[in-house]
Write a protein that binds this ligand. Structure first.
Ligand SMILES: [Zn+2]
Ligand SMILES: [Zn+2]
Length: 86
């Protein structure tokens, strides 16, 4: 029978907003993103942010910048206000 693995913890990359699964909260908060090297965080705010992103919200107060596109696997796919790198 199918059961959601609720003991697995989701964490949000604070930089690119990718979502990754971890076995525990501690493991999640010590991890870094394998794409952008940003900090992963699994706090309640980030759980809520993940849920809002999944619901299709793209602009809310805990986001550091507006985004246009997002997916759990790739994080931000389009930014509303692209960072200038140089
Ligand atoms: Zn990242
Ligand atoms: Zn957090």
């Amino acid at each position: 029978m199918e059961q959601t693995p609720h003991e697995r913890k989701r964490a949000l990359c604070q930089n690119c907003l990718r979502v990754r699964f971890f076995d525990s909260y501690d493991e999640a908060t010590m991890a870094t993103c394998d794409i952008c090297d940003g900090d992963m965080c699994a706090c309640d705010n980030c759980q809520e942010a993940i849920e809002r992103l999944e619901r299709g919200e793209r602009d809310f107060e805990s986001l550091t910048r507006p985004i246009l596109g997002w997916s759990a696997e790739d994080g931000i796919t389009e930014t509303g206000n692209p960072q200038r790198r140089h």
